[in-house]
Design a protein. Structure first.
Length: 495
């Protein structure tokens, strides 16, 4: 084993111990470990070494972690930023934040890197999403996001699956299938929780919740989930989503699900850094602490600073700048990453919050966040399309679904027809992995164009087409169903 391999192994084992000590511990030697990691990465990572040389900073020149060169997150889209032999890679996650499919980057991790990212996020999830769970306690988890089988390279899918494995009961499930959100399964699971009194946890992209809640409002459908139920949303939900503010979102959770704001948790994940950051609302509630403005505590093995836009200098608490992360769990990549997220620090740097994504004005970064809401699944074309697909399937299926407490639905969902082009999620990973293959590109274009044709049509058109097909398959059942709906509408008008 080389000297670099030995140092990489020692750093990994020590950082894992810091993580296992928990979020309330201290790492007084953070600076020492940061400088050791800087020296390792400078030695073994050619791209990083060239970057440092260009900035005229090398190991021995500095003695503070704050002075370790920060790598821009866009570098991961144009270069392979790995600090281990790539033949040892066992895990790859895709980066977000670019509009070019050909410039999507991959974050590679070896076996040690996989242990670090899984260990860090198990600790963070347990501490902030399930802080009231004793070791081994579980609940049913309902996931409004793609599974790793559907999107093997999506970091969100991989991370949520780990949460399901560690904290979920056997009946936990992903509710995004090949034909979109499994609305009937979701409605039934929510009514089952009401009836049994067993709390559930919902995890997914913010947009999926927004669309679902909107549809529930239109159908006057509400749930009263048992105490202890919780909702975790994540992705591009920076301070607002479309016309909805964050407080609007929490109000909808209370209205539709009966879950208080204290049990709503938002998570910020960046593919370029290993540790996800959760807000502390639920943890403070469980510990009996006074409510306060939400913030994201930074764990002991990390540091976060808001950097001034012009000079990239650290800003005091409360001043908005570009968020930069120093994460000791980044052994297989680079320690320090600066993002295009705008935010500020709190509690003397022990916490942070994000207010939006930076925008470019006249070639310069603006101190004001971009007013366009970010996509919870990333800002590339394919993930925007996937988000649109999720929205479309919720709208269409909720329009046809019935509340399980009233009567079971005639159809579980509309199945894909023989000979049809693949649905958007079905080709997500092929699109991302096989950009250079002509056949994959053709498949991508056929799927996305066909899907765009559907989503551009009015919802009523699609419902009519679906009913025609369903009538051909189940004429008696659908006809009686239409009669029941027509009768219900007439009775509602009378009232």
């Amino acid at each position: 084993m080389s000297t670099a391999d030995s140092e990489r192994s020692r750093l990994t084992e020590d950082v894992l111990k810091f993580i296992e000590a928990g979020v309330d511990s201290e790492v007084p030697v953070f600076n020492d470990y940061a400088l050791r990691m800087f020296a390792l990465h400078y030695e073994v990572n050619q791209i990083f070494r060239e970057f440092c040389d260009a900035k005229k900073v090398k190991p021995g020149d500095i003695d503070r972690w704050e002075d370790i060169p920060m790598v821009y997150n866009d570098v991961f889209k144009t270069h392979l930023v790995a600090s281990f032999p790539l033949e040892n890679a066992v895990m790859a996650c895709l980066t977000g934040g670019t509009t070019s499919l050909t410039q999507r980057g991959r974050i590679f991790r070896d076996e040690d890197g996989k242990r670090l990212v899984f260990g860090a996020n198990k600790m963070m999830t347990g501490s902030y999403l399930f802080p009231d769970f004793e070791e081994g306690k579980r609940c049913r988890i309902l996931i409004l996001a793609p599974s790793p089988e559907m999107a093997p390279s999506m970091g969100m899918a991989i991370g949520i699956d780990q949460t399901r494995r560690h904290f979920g009961t056997p009946d936990s499930k992903f509710l995004l299938g090949r034909s979109g959100i499994l609305i009937n399964d979701l409605l039934q699971a929510l009514r089952d929780s009401e009836a049994s009194g067993a709390p559930v946890a919902l995890i997914g992209a913010t947009s999926a919740y927004i669309y679902f809640f909107q549809a529930c409002r239109r159908k006057k459908m509400k749930f009263r989930l048992p105490p202890g139920s919780r909702v975790c949303d994540g992705g591009g939900y920076r301070n607002r989503f479309g016309v909805y503010t964050r407080n609007d979102y929490y109000a909808m959770v209370q209205e539709v699900l009966g879950i208080p704001g204290s049990h709503c948790v938002n998570v910020l994940g960046e593919a370029e850094t290993a540790t996800n950051l959760f807000d502390d609302s639920l943890r403070r509630c469980v510990k009996g602490l006074q409510p306060r403005q939400r913030t994201r505590p930074v764990p002991p093995w990390c540091r976060v600073l808001a950097m001034s836009i012009d000079e990239l200098k650290p800003l005091p608490d409360g001043e908005v700048g570009l968020l930069a992360h120093w994460d000791l769990a980044n052994v297989p990549t680079v320690l320090a990453v600066i993002t295009d997220n705008l935010g500020y620090t709190t509690d003397n740097g022990r916490g942070c919050e994000m207010v939006g994504r930076a925008k470019i004005e006249n070639g310069k970064v603006s101190p004001l966040p971009d007013e366009n809401a970010g996509s919870p699944m990333g800002d590339s074309a394919i993930f925007r399309m996937l988000e649109r697909y999720v929205n479309f399937s919720i709208e269409m299926k909720m329009a046809m679904a019935k509340d399980p407490k009233v009567s079971p639905s005639v159809r579980e969902e509309i199945e894909a027809r023989p000979g049809s082009v693949p649905s958007c999620p079905q080709v997500v990973d092929e699109i991302l992995v096989s950009q250079s293959e002509a056949e994959a590109a053709t498949l991508r274009d056929e799927a996305l164009n066909a899907f765009k044709d559907q989503t551009d049509r009015p919802l009523d058109w699609f419902k009519a087409e679906a009913e025609k097909q369903a009538l051909a398959d189940h004429p008696a059942g659908l006809q009686s169903e239409k009669q029941r709906l027509t009768k219900g509408k007439k009775e509602e008008k009378k009232r």
